[in-house]
Ligand binder design. Structure first.
Ligand SMILES: [Zn+2]
Ligand SMILES: [Zn+2]
Length: 274
């Protein structure tokens, strides 16, 4: 089985509102997104399909065909539109990122030829995307930033072993990174609000539980969370998962970018190697 991906971009406007609700309640639930006149995004849609290699042509499916099919749907139905007003489905379903990705899955999957839809990832902006795979539930990823210092040093190893293993990262005074934290939640979009999670609430939880404790801090010296722990990104991903899990009922996984080159992920299940 081979997997291939094609990106299709489009712009669309939307507004998050329940017409039956008061202005006050819409504002309370949807925040800035409730503006009745709408706001817009430049969406990026990644379409991943899978299929078997055709040994005559050397391809699974022509990516131009995917571009034409998906681009056609997107251009006809979404691009340049105010979705709440101009799209039949989104007149009655709030066009959140997670609802749009579910709609696109149902629109695209039955029309593909010579391949199967494997994953759709819809980026609303660089800090938010929704993802739909072959399973029913949708995943939503929200990205946050913090800067911290740390020193990689394990109490379980000798000073010499630490220096050999961690090199300059073992510098007794520490060093720092621009961390990007991705919080993934998973579920079915709410039938009324179209949301898997209240983003305002999620932002507040992550800010209070994680960012306020770690941002512009020395993880070894200024926090209690890493007492006796070596603040590698692997350990950080696990610590952050454990900090957030009691507060986010549908938490799926934690992604941590230590730099643009190093990415770590923790799904809440630890396997200890010795
Ligand atoms: Zn929006
Ligand atoms: Zn480091």
């Amino acid at each position: 089985m081979l997997y291939l991906s094609r990106r299709i971009d489009f712009s669309a406007m939307h507004s998050y509102r329940i017409p039956e609700w008061s202005e006050e309640k819409n504002k309370q639930v949807f925040g800035l997104c409730s503006n009745i006149n709408g706001h817009g995004h430049d969406y990026k849609l990644e379409v991943m399909v899978k299929g078997n290699l055709n040994h005559n042509s050397g391809i699974v499916v022509n990516t131009v065909d995917i571009k034409q099919l998906v681009g056609g749907i997107v251009e006809k139905e979404l691009d340049g539109k105010f979705l709440n007003k101009e799209h039949q489905y989104f007149i009655s379903h709030i066009p959140t990122t997670e609802t749009i990705v579910g709609y696109l899955w149902d629109a695209i999957a039955p029309q593909l030829k010579d391949c199967t839809l494997h994953r759709l990832r819809l980026h609303e902006n660089p800090y938010l995307f929704a993802e739909k795979g072959e399973e029913k539930m949708v995943t939503l990823s929200r990205k946050y930033h913090f800067s911290s210092a740390h020193r990689l040093h394990s109490d379980q190893l000798s000073d010499e072993e630490n220096l050999t293993l961690f090199g300059k990262c073992n510098n007794p005074n520490g060093h720092g990174h621009n961390y990007y934290l991705e919080v993934f939640v998973k579920g079915d979009p709410d039938k009324v609000t179209g949301m898997i999670v209240d983003l305002g609430e999620l932002d507040e939880i992550v800010d209070n539980i994680v960012l306020k404790k770690f941002d512009h801090k020395h993880l070894n010296l200024d926090t209690t969370e890493f007492n006796g722990l070596n603040p590698t990104s692997e350990v950080m991903a696990k610590v952050i998962y454990d900090m957030l899990a009691p507060h986010i009922s549908n938490l799926y996984k934690i992604g941590l970018w230590e730099t643009e080159k190093n990415y770590f992920e923790y799904l809440g299940t630890e396997e200890v190697s010795v």
